[in-house]
Design a protein around this ligand. Structure first.
Ligand SMILES: Cc1cc2nc3c(=O)[nH]c(=O)nc-3n(C[C@H](O)[C@H](O)[C@H](O)COP(=O)(O)OP(=O)(O)OC[C@H]3O[C@@H](n4cnc5c(N)ncnc54)[C@H](O)[C@@H]3O)c2cc1C
Length: 445
């Protein structure tokens, strides 16, 4: 107020001299952070929230230090942490080789539901760093125009929905691309490959058989045996990865998939891209997220809603594969999955994986039971049991407590849940009331 009292000019209360002006601008920077943090902005205009935070904090810190030099002491530790984090992420996303393999619609958009796109990529370090349930940040940019690269400032978290173990040291998929420059790789839509604009390839060429593969225990289909031989054969990858002889490979490469629901601008663009011919830059930063020690519990119970199924997919696959290979340190012998979807179409995106679990569980060395139920909430007239599931319930939601009561091992259960806040709260409350350990993964900030 000293500035105002001098000449009684209102503006002087805020901009009297450099000290006043810098203090005012710094406060506006902090106000920007505060206002854009409200959940309405975060959930509906995420990019405004995100960029406002970057701009707001830079402005606030610089002008706070001009206002009072000692502020520097308060800010420097967090600035160092932030810069170190950015440096580590930049290293991961720009220098660890990631080769995108395929982007394709897993479920096409219809009037009823948004559509799901599947992205497959080969990551240079994933085999050494990845644990089931973890996620990566991805960024994409259209190829061709330099300005499009600003999109690399926009990173989206996506859970890895499946990993295919047993790939070899160098990328197995360079033959799929016309220009395999590792990080500046263009994803090329399937149609283009089918039209023959790329080098022809077979699965044998893409995935040469190692010497160790001479006697695989799992039947591995040849390219000719599979319907999708002209594109990427994930059935083939899955079975190769499951062959025990391959698990000893010291390669750090791993093929992984993401299943992405087209909910907003970024994800819808990705789905649209799957049907177009534009090449796309694709970058990955990660993996991140905790290591979930489900294997120390006799039962694993996964509750998922919609696309929140992705972390459960990797947990269940990991458990089934390790039990079926006879890994005795995994004591989990009962897996329950309760999945709530709005329309049965969504299930198709994961049908192949569920078949694979069944197949592996059937031939497992250690006993394992799968109890898979899907709730289809917006198809009240449905009757058929969806393939791969023990039970399909139409037109209603699960009663969480009743579902948990059916688990045969009531003393040693690990609960995992991912979905809307309300759904997860119900599951977590039930787990807590039974004194069970749990993990919930939130997809909405
Ligand atoms: C740990 C984690 C794992 C996830 N895994 C998957 C997955 O496997 N499959 C999937 O389809 N979705 C997943 N999501 C959600 C996915 O990140 C968002 O749906 C996506 O970023 C939406 O972007 P958009 O521009 O298309 O939609 P928008 O309309 O901009 O946003 C839709 C919602 O996503 C949130 N969101 C938007 N951008 C970001 C961002 N950069 N970072 C964090 N949240 C954001 C918003 O708060 C909003 O609630 C995951 C989210 C998190 C936090």
């Amino acid at each position: 107020m000293k500035g105002y009292w001098r000449y009684y000019v209102v503006a002087d209360a805020l901009f009297y001299d450099l000290e006043y002006t810098s203090g005012t601008i710094s406060m506006l920077g902090f106000l920007l952070l505060f206002v854009t943090s409200f959940s309405y902005i975060r959930r509906n205009f995420f990019e405004i929230f995100y960029y406002a935070h970057i701009i707001g904090i830079i402005v606030a810190i610089i002008f706070a230090c001009i206002h009072e030099v000692l502020c520097f002491v308060y800010f420097i530790p967090v600035v160092i942490l932030w810069v170190a984090d950015r440096a580590w992420r930049s290293y991961q996303s720009w220098y660890i080789p990631v080769v995108p393999i395929q982007i394709s619609p897993a479920v096409r958009k219809t009037e009823k539901q948004e559509g799901i796109v599947r992205v497959l990529f080969d990551h240079g370090k994933l085999a050494r760093q990845y644990h089931p349930g973890q996620y990566v940040f991805i960024a994409t940019a259209k190829k061709g125009k330099a300005w499009c690269k600003w999109q690399f400032a926009n990173w989206h978290p996506m859970t890895i929905s499946e990993v295919f173990r047993g790939t070899r040291g160098t990328s197995s998929f360079t033959a799929f691309s016309s220009n395999s420059s590792v990080i500046d790789e263009a994803i090329t839509p399937i149609e283009e490959k089918k039209m023959g604009t790329l080098e022809p390839t077979t699965h044998e060429a893409a995935l040469p058989v190692n010497a160790a593969d001479d006697k695989p225990e799992m039947p591995i289909p040849s390219a000719e045996e599979d319907d999708n031989a002209s594109t990427l054969n994930t059935v083939y990858l899955r079975r190769r990865g499951a062959a025990p002889s391959l698990s000893s490979t010291d390669s750090s490469n791993m093929v992984a998939s993401l299943h992405i629901k087209a909910l907003g601008g970024f994800t819808r663009d990705l789905l649209n891209h799957a049907d177009q011919n534009e090449p796309l830059y694709f970058k990955v930063d990660g993996p991140y997220g905790p290591r979930l020690e489900y294997q120390d519990y006799k039962a694993l119970s996964c509750f998922a809603a919609g696309i929140g199924i992705t972390p459960a997919m990797t947990l269940i696959k990991d458990c089934v594969e390790r039990r079926s290979a006879g890994v005795s340190t995994v004591i989990t012998h009962h897996i329950q999955l309760v999945w709530v979807v709005r329309y049965s179409d969504e299930v198709k995106a994961f049908a192949e994986q569920i078949d694979y679990w069944r197949e592996r569980a059937h031939a497992s060395l250690l006993p394992i039971t799968l109890d898979l139920t899907v709730y289809v909430t917006r198809e009240p007239l449905g009757e058929d049991n969806l393939p791969g599931f023990d039970k399909t319930v139409y037109g209603s939601r699960p009663k969480i407590a009743q579902c948990l009561d059916t688990i045969p091992e009531q003393k040693s259960v690990f609960v995992h849940t991912c979905g809307s806040d309300q759904f997860m709260t119900n599951v977590v409350n039930q787990a807590v009331s039974r004194k069970w350990d749990y993990h919930h993964e939130t997809f909405e900030f």
